[in-house]
Unconditional design. Sequence first.
Length: 570
Amino acid sequence: MADELTRHDAGPHAATWWTDAVVYQVYLRSFRDGNGDGVGDIAGLRAGLDHLVGLGVDAIWINPWFRSPGLDGGYDVADHRDLDPDFGTLADADALLSEAHERGLRVLLDLVPNHTSSAHPWFQAALAAPADSDDRGRYYFRQGRGHDGDQPPNNWTSAFGGPAWSRVPTADGEPGQWYLHLFSSCQPDLDWTHADVAEDFRETLRFWFDRGVDGFRIDVAHGLHKHGDLPDLPVGHASAAPGHPFWDRDQVHDVYRDWRSLADAYDPPRVFLAEAVADTVERRARYVRDDELHGVFAFDLLEARWTASDLRDAIDRTVAAHGEVTAPPTWVLSNHDVLRHPSRYARDQALVTGHNLVDVVDLQRDDELGDARARAAVLLLLALPGNVVLYQGEELGLHEVEDLPDDLRRDPVWERSDHQDPGRDGCRVPLPWAGDAPPFAFTSDPTVATGQPARWRDHTVAAMDRDPTSTLHLYRSALRIRRAHPALGVGAMSWVPADDGVLALRREPGFACWINLTDHPVRRPAGRVLLRSTAQADNGPDDDVWLRPHEAVWIDDPDVAAPDPLGTNG
Ligand code: GLC
C-alpha cells in the first residue's frame, strides 16, 4: 500500500528538511560498543547506522560526546571541541559524519551552554584565581551570606536536589566564595554576560558546522541568563513563570538570534532544536520565532496521561501556540531523562503524577497494556503536524529497567537525593541487538554488567526483525508511510467528533488517525487501512469497521462522515 506512494518531501538537500523530519536520539554510551570496552561509542554507532536507515529516520541527535568526566552523562563538558576518549576520536567523528551523510541521515549534536564541567580549564583557572578576578567572571562566584559568609548567596536549589551553591576554599585553605550550579556541583553555571562565553560558543558552533554537523540540540536553552542581582526565589514562585530569576529570561533570545545568523550563513543552513522549559506553551514558542531557533521540544505529550482529553488538550495547546510562530512543533514521547513511556502507560493513568520513575515506582504495572498503548501512541505521534524525535530503544518496545542494581546507577540525582530517587539510569540501559542473553551483542565483552533484563531476548533488533508483528516492524511501516503520504508531516490537522475515550484526527488530503483509548471495541470510519497498531502479521482485508481496545489505526481516504457513534460492540 504505502509502497505505491512516493516520497513527498523536498529532498535530502532542502533547507527545510527539518520541518517534517523524524529524528532518532542516540544515547551514545548505551547504543552500541564497537571496540569491546563495554561502553557504547562512535564505532558502535557506525556499525548500527544500517538499523537506523532500515527504520527510516531522517536524522540522528547524539547526546554529548565531548571530552567530559561523565558525571552527568556527558552534560558536564570539559572541552567542547574534542571527543571524549570513551567514544572515539575526531577522526571517528568525521568518519561517522560522512557515513551518515552517505546514507541520507543528518547529524545533530548536543550543545551544553548553560554550564561546563568543573574540570573545564576555565573553571580550574577560576578556582586558582582570587575573588573578583576576571577568571572567576566567567562563572557565578559570590560571597556567602550570614556569619563569615557561611550561608549560600541566595536560596536557589539545584534541579538535582540540594542547594545550587557550593563553597570553595581560598588559596590558604580558608572557606572562600561560593559558585552557582543549577545542576550538580560538577556543573558550574557560566555567566553569559561575560564576552568570552558568547565568543567561545560561537567558535564551538563553527568548529562542528565546518566539519559538516547539520545542527545542534541545545541543552537547558532556557537557563543561560540570570537576574543580575541573583535575588532569592520568592516562595511559591511557579517554575519558569515570567520574572523568574534564572529560567526563561528574555535575554536568552539574544543568544539564539546570534546563533541563527551564524547557522544561516552555512549552506545548507544548520538547525537548532531547543530543550526549553517555559511557564506556558506561548512562552516556549518564542524560542522558535522567525529569527531564532528551528525547533523546541513539545514535552506536552511526554507529560500527558494516556487519556483522550489530556492528549487532546496537550495537542491543541501546542498546535495553537505554534500557529503564532512559523516553526512546526517537535513531538516526543520519551528521552534519556524520563521514564520510558510504555512503563508510564502500564500504570493506572488516574494515579500517575509525573513522568519519572520515582513518580510511578509504587504503582502496579500491566506491561501488556503499556505495550498496547505505546504502540498506539507512536501512530498518534507520527500523525501529528510537525517533526518528531524518537528515543533509542522505543522502536524495540523497551520498558524502563526499574530494578537496576544500585551499583549500575550513575545519575547524580541518585546520590543527591540520598538514594530516595532512583534517577534516570533505567532508561539508559544498553540496547539489545542480538542473541539470547545479556549483553545481547551490545558489546563483544560478555563480562560487562549491562543491567539488561533477560526478557530483552525478545526485544533484540534481530528477534524483532524476524517477527513481522513486532514493534520494530510497526515503527518501520509507520515511518515508511509517513514519509510517503502527502497528508503527513507539516500541515493542518482537525479533530473528528468521536465517542468518549476515542481520539480521531484528520489530515488532508485524505488521511485519518483513530485511536481507541477504551477497553472495548468502538466503531471507526470505513476506508482503506494503512496501518494498525495491534500486532498482526499483515493488515488483512479491511472487512470490519471496528477499532479494537487500545488500538490505533491509520486510514487512507476515510469516509468524510464519522461513523454512527455506536460506542460499544452492542
Ligand atoms: C538536560 C539534559 C539532562 C542533563 C541536564 C543538565 O536536561 O537533558 O540529561 O542532566 O540538562 O545538563
